[in-house]
Design a protein around this ligand. Structure first.
Ligand code: AVJ
Length: 332
């Protein structure tokens, strides 16, 4: 495990320093703005989307395989068990639109269930991730027309060149949990516009549950989740000439009951100063940087939210242990 993590970290370093595209330059500028602003305000925070550089994405893949992290395997089992019923309720789907192209395993299960599907449009910020997913899915589903769209799916305003016909959206992994309720509502409204009248939307949503299960899922024994969080500081060091000592910050996950969400922080273990792009930031011992939210919903809470955003609940499926939910919605 330890050598796995360090080789993953080393790879991230090489690919970042080697890459020189204009897209990457713009991405670094955006990261710089977010970090300098986020470290200057109180409470300190850095938006969670910056966790997913090449190293962070590889570490997240590892999280999906740790014992304590139940969402991925539970959602996959739900798709496996209910794919045919989902397909029957969705009707004759011509085009599947995936928000943030997820694991191709889950997507494949859905594609297999959707007889008569013509096109698959994954939307993702990572061009290389999309290229990989496209290759894999084209090989696995001959005849399927795969049309990747590079971009941030929360900001995608049209599906340029996408085939007409009946569309099904797919947003898996409870990624919607990263968004506040207000942001989730805005996302769902935009998705309704994007997919069009009469379309359907399948969304994976993590359920509220006992803290005995919830907290370890965000702070696993092996320390993979901690490595995923701390990679954000390592990324600042790599890309923004930072000098964070990652051994002097600790990954901390807690449940905010009032807001119904896991909150993740990086906590300073000592009084210390850190330099980023020539600026100095002082940390008191115990001072935190907020890096992530992961909102949890009961089935009815999510259905109510979806309704306020123009979606009618069709059906929701949960596993026997009530860990995770899949919601099928139809645009009103
Ligand atoms: C990718 C947002 C669904 O909230 O469960 C997992 C991210 N962070 N462990 C989640 C995450 C730490 C994950 N999502």
């Amino acid at each position: 495990m330890a050598s796995d993590l360090s080789s993953t970290l080393a790879e991230g370093r090489t690919s970042v320093s080697a890459a020189k595209s204009a897209r990457l330059a713009a991405e670094i500028a955006e990261f710089a703005d977010a970090v300098l602003q986020g470290l200057s305000k109180r409470p300190r925070s850095i938006p969670s989307r910056f966790l997913y550089d090449a190293t962070g994405s590889a570490l997240f893949e590892e999280i999906t395989r740790v014992e304590e992290y139940y969402p991925t395997r539970t959602e996959t089992a739900l798709l496996d068990a209910h794919g045919n019923e989902i397909a029957a309720l969705a009707g004759d789907v011509d085009t599947l639109v995936e928000f943030g192209s997820g694991s191709s395993r889950k997507t494949s299960l859905l594609i297999e269930a959707l007889a008569g599907l013509d096109a698959y449009i994954p939307i993702d910020v990572s061009e290389s991730f999309l290229a990989d997913a496209t290759k894999r899915l084209e090989a696995k589903h001959p005849g399927l027309n795969v049309k990747p769209l590079v971009g941030d799916f929360t900001r995608t305003r049209n599906l340029a060149g996408a085939p007409r016909g009946q569309r099904l959206g797919f947003f898996s992994g409870s990624t919607i949990g990263n968004l506040t309720h207000e942001e989730a509502k805005a996302f769902l409204e935009n998705a309704a516009e994007l997919l069009g009248v009469g379309s359907t939307f399948l969304i994976g949503v993590d359920l509220k549950k006992s803290l005995d299960i919830l907290l370890p899922a965000y702070d696993d024994e092996e320390g993979v989740t901690a490595a995923f969080s701390l990679n954000l500081l390592a990324r600042v060091n790599r890309e923004l000439d930072g000098d964070f000592d990652t051994t002097r910050f600790a990954h901390t996950a807690l449940y905010n009951d009032a807001k119904g969400r896991i909150e993740i922080y990086l906590e300073s273990l000592a009084e210390q100063r850190v330099r980023v792009l020539g600026r100095t930031f002082s940390f008191a011992e115990g001072e935190r940087i907020h890096t992530e939210n992961s909102h949890k919903y009961s089935v009815s809470e999510f259905q109510t939210l979806a309704q306020t955003a123009g979606w009618q609940p069709v059906k929701a499926w949960t596993d026997p242990d009530q860990l995770f939910s899949l919601h099928l919605l139809r645009s009103a």
